[in-house]
Ligand binder design. Sequence first.
Ligand SMILES: [Zn+2]
Length: 414
Amino acid sequence: MKVLRGGTLIDGTGAGPRAGATVVIRDGRIEAVATRPAADWPHDAEIIDVSGMTILPGLIDCHDHMAMHGYDLARRWGIDEPESTRTLRTAKVLEQTLAMGYTAVRDAAGLDAGFKRAIDEGLIAGPRLVVSLCIISPIGGIGDRVSPSGFSCCVPQDPLLPDGVVNGLADVRPVVRRVVRAGADVIKCATTGGASSRPEHGPRDGAFNLDEMEALIEEAHALDRRVMCHALGGRGLRIAIEAGVDSIEHGCYLDEEPELLDAMAERGIFFVPTFAVYDFHRKSPLPYIRERAHHLQEHHFESLRRALAAGVKIAAGTDAGGHGHPKNAIEIECLVKAGMSPLQALQAATGWAAECLGRERDFGTVEKGKLADLVVVDGDPLADVTILQNPDRIALVLKGGEIAVKRLPSPEPR
Ligand SMILES: [Zn+2]
């Protein structure tokens, strides 16, 4: 048994902070949460004094690319270094991500299911993973990996990362089934281009027809997998929402069709804006990427404000990988800059994020019965959310009640 005592609790439900909180952990789960002082613990209980600190649910990133380490073609194709080197590089990123209080990550393509197994077996440290393996798109979509010269000859096909290219309606269901067979927990697809996609396939250029998306979603749901859909604007964004995806990733031009936001609220479709990645795209060496990222910026902020007003739930995601692996909590700062309150932004990275993953029964909030995924922060993140990006402020990280990081002073002998 472990007892966290004396901290200020922000429980991830959207409720305000509660001072003097005690969290009791037994067998990896939260047994009790209280705000009254108590001292009658079993003699073998490990009492951890967190006075003056803030207890949060373990943080969640709903859109990351843990196994990607750059946007250039050689890195995207995985031909720039030996596979073993890249695997160990990815393992290091997983370990560092957990150490910053991120106890769950949804990978939006690139990470194979073997990493999840390695973490579950204790071979490496890392967050709980929800993996998608690859991006399902039609020919020419963002999952179709061809070079600017039109070649794809050098792309090695890893059986653990199946090809997500769909040739037409009849091909949709077999591709979904193959991706699930290779270990996907969630289906990632794309109905538009993006900021960094090839010049002819931009943020409001469509991919997929409505019947193809309907088949994709029906098949994914039949296999109990949610669908996360990369969609920035235009016709493809509308098709994704009409077909009934479970989350819209990026959604930069949702403000152009406000009725889509009402449809999202009504159907419980989450919005994962991934603001952080566009700050990097605005500094891209490629002019057309910079131009796209600048053009969408104000629309993106307006989309968030309208989504909140419409009652759409927001989930935090960095879309890291291509631009390296900054601290994941950079997205919490971005959400605040875009118009969320610090408390809402924390909810987007905890309670709402867990709902987006369909894992709210297990984690995302500090409540009786949930897994003891917790982070203790030295300071008040509501006063300054950027402290979550500072490793010196991440005092304690628990995953399933086990200590992943502890930077607290040693307890006095009792
Ligand atoms: Zn992404």
